[in-house]
Design a protein around this ligand. Sequence first.
Ligand SMILES: [Zn+2]
Length: 403
Amino acid sequence: MEDSGREVIVMTLVRPENPQQARMVRLLRDDGPRSRVELGDTLGLSRSTLTTELDRLVTRGLVETAGLAASRGGRRSSLLRLAAGVRFAGVVVAADRITVAVTDGELNVLAETGEPADVRGGPEPVIGRAVDLLDKLRAELGVAEFTGVGVALPGPVDGDGTSIAPAALPGWQRFPVRDAFATELGCPALVDNDANVLALGEQHAGIGRTFDDFLYLKLGTAIGCGLVLGGTLYRGATSSAGDIAHLPIGEDGPTCVCGEVGCLEAYSGDAGLVRAALAAARSGRSSALSARLTTAGTLTVPDVAAAATAGDPAAQELVRDAARRLGRVLVGLVSFFNPGIVVIGGAPDGLGHILLSEIRGVVYRRSAPQATGTMPVVLSDLAERAGLVGTARLASEHVFTSG
Ligand SMILES: [Zn+2]
């Protein structure tokens, strides 16, 4: 039946019809192939309901049989899994690069590719390149069509998948990114900011898997936060929950890209680190950074990381200072949301452990023991994969809802 149904699968691929079917496909997405018995036990469904709904999912091209489960003593039960026709596409847009991937229904990355891109050139060329790269992967993998596409942008996105006032994305203001991808790829498209997408990736494939409530802190060029509450990404009333980059933390602080002064990002984002490094170099407080500035004419985050890891005290201190400010913001967030874990991603290479240790120090010292007594603060171990898995998860959350 699976063989003869392949063409039909592509043509009839649709969303689950009811909440029970949606729970089944989400379980198969999150836990992989399961026997009928396991599915019935986990979902608490009667045998007849289970059979009826599974048959419908098979007919709709979302689920297929995958051989026999290991024997539990009696007759061997057949395994079910998400169908081979379920293929998600993911696009991660960063300030200087686009990365795309294709995943299966369980959100395993089947293929990925990327290339440098200048997002300041506006949305059309970037979206055009992303679609070209996805078409290439689609042809290589023999995928007929995508089940859905998820897109991560390095800036705010509203509930309609429109890019809003992004400092990192000049020219993208009010651009309908979601509609552009949906039209180009002919499938449902979902767009969210990178911190939310990274939190979704962490929820699917990282340490977030084991926590219903967690907070993902994204460092780097832009600082952001993704919040998973009760197993669901929390976006807030106008899709801007977790947008902590411009929290005012210093009255007379450095000028931020947003035009204000003293924003968290202006202190603790990549530009803040470089600004502090230039000050340390010019004042002579850091001999390593002074020497580097003389040779290169400017400083970068990797220069800061190199000086700090080589033991330069001023470089280490400026990194710790950035981390302390992040830590103080986290104290507020942790007190407010009481997450089970804080996962930190996007730390510059070589600086993760210095940042983590200082952030932990502030969070544990300044938070109520009730809130943080058993709460780990860890670095993400997913690296770039979190974004790609997260975009696929974003698309699947939409498609795997009864509609
Ligand atoms: Zn700002």
